[in-house]
Design a protein around this ligand. Structure first.
Ligand code: ATP
Ligand code: MG
Length: 397
């Protein structure tokens, strides 16, 4: 029997004028993710059909379950639009289920079909009762619901609805840059932004030799997890050593984190312009550490006019951890390698900094030149589904 994955768009259907752009982006994303399988996709503005080879169904569903923009789908059996085909296919398909009671529900979008929905449900119900022993109809609480959709070209029989991952298709928003540390919060921030359809690239600040290549590899592993939800993420690695050393040499201990983060934001601002990115995304969460009080955010944010999106700003750490576990980044994030924010943490970082004090300390540093140098020397790794660390390591050696 021929089956098809029947996708219904959910939230997408609210995008009236833009609907075809959303649907086409979703279709392109699905085709890309399923490029290793022999599939075909038909779509219109209300639904999408993925035709597949039966042997691939389990692998395909695993992939489909990570594609944003899919809110709900069914695995439907395909019939011709005539009663005999629908009878045959339904009866054959239903034999895979064990049940005592059932109900047929028909939707008829092809109004030229001879019978209305209710009449056809009753006819098919009677046909099923005649052919299978010891079952009954229960219209209130059936063990098995037999859904029939009658459409002009083909008709469909399905029994279950499966939840998709929701969100908007990645690429329906332009690019933004995710500040990705090796921590728990920023990969979750990346995942949540992808869910809104944002195409992300990642930026990692490292301070070799104070931070290790293990720390970098950890970030690469995190990007690989995020790539499960998109086609490709460019990871921009910024050498932050010189800037960080200058900050520690010239600024008051309690302001080093504030100033370090202002420098990161300045670099992000330039990188956004260079990469045509429309926002900075990070894993800041209000009140989590000294640099994430609202006072600190105000002082740090004041060096850029770019929108800064903080998807986990209002989540508790436990809520963030729950998502990190779901997307399989948690175990990587808790590996112990230090990143540049954790190597020299002052004892008493300021929680209520002033812009004037930060700016006056920054005058001691030739930060303009250093920032431009850091941006010009960015090292970029393109990470796709088939990214191979070994090849990359060979290039580095
Ligand atoms: P995370 O917040 O990801 O768990 P963290 O707690 O080590 O990591 P914070 O000190 O809370 O990081 O920094 C807040 C945010 O700033 C991070 O979520 C991340 O978006 C960004 N950030 C911090 N350090 C780096 C870095 N080395 N490279 C890129 N972004 C960073
Ligand atoms: Mg954090």
């Amino acid at each position: 029997m021929n089956r098809v994955i029947l996708i219904k768009y959910g939230e997408l259907t609210t995008k009236k004028g833009n609907r075809s752009f959303f649907v086409n982006t979703l279709k392109k994303n699905i085709l890309n993710k399923l490029k290793n399988y022999n599939i075909r996709i038909d779509s219109d503005l209300s639904r999408m059909y993925i035709y597949f080879e039966d042997k691939d169904i389990d692998n395909i569903l695993k992939i489909i379950n990570n594609i944003f923009g899919i809110h709900m789908y069914h695995i439907a059996y395909i019939c011709d639009t005539n009663i005999y085909s629908i009878y045959d296919v339904s009866l054959n398909a239903i034999k895979d289920f064990s049940f005592n009671t059932f109900k047929v529900e028909t939707k008829r979008s092809d109004k030229s079909f001879l019978y209305d929905s209710l009449t056809f449900s009753k006819m098919l119900g009677a046909h099923i009762l005649k052919n299978i022993d010891n079952i009954k109809v229960d219209v209130h609480n059936p063990d098995l619901l037999v859904h029939i959709e009658i459409r002009k070209e083909k008709s469909y029989v399905y029994f279950n609805s499966y939840d998709g991952i929701g969100g908007y298709p990645v690429g329906t928003q332009p690019r933004a840059l995710l500040m990705l540390s090796g921590g728990i919060d920023s990969p979750v921030a990346g995942y949540l932004s992808l869910k809104r359809g944002i195409k992300i690239d990642a930026v990692y600040f490292e301070a070799i030799p104070h931070t290790s290549l293990d720390a970098r590899n950890k970030v690469i592993s995190l990007v690989k997890k995020l790539v499960n939800y998109t086609d490709c993420i460019n990871l921009h690695i910024i050498n932050f050593t010189h800037i960080q050393e200058e900050i520690y040499k010239n600024c008051d201990d309690n302001y080093v984190i504030t100033i370090m983060r202002r420098m990161m934001y300045r670099i992000m601002d330039l990188l956004c312009k260079k990469n045509k990115a429309y926002a900075i995304i990070n894993g800041e969460s209000i009140g989590q550490v000294a640099s994430q009080t609202l006072h600190s955010m105000y002082v740090i944010n004041s060096v850029t006019n770019m929108p800064v999106i903080r998807p986990v700003a209002c989540l508790d750490k436990l809520e963030i951890i729950k998502i990190a576990k779901k997307i399989d980044t948690y175990d990587i994030s808790i590996l112990p390698y230090e990143d540049c924010c954790t190597v020299f943490v002052p004892k008493h970082p300021v929680i209520n900094p002033s812009i004037e004090r930060a700016a006056s300390m920054e005058k001691e540093i030739l930060y303009d030149t250093m920032i431009k140098e850091a941006v010009n020397n960015v090292y970029t790794i393109k990470i796709t589904d088939c990214y191979d660390d070994i090849e990359d390591l060979k290039k580095l050696l």
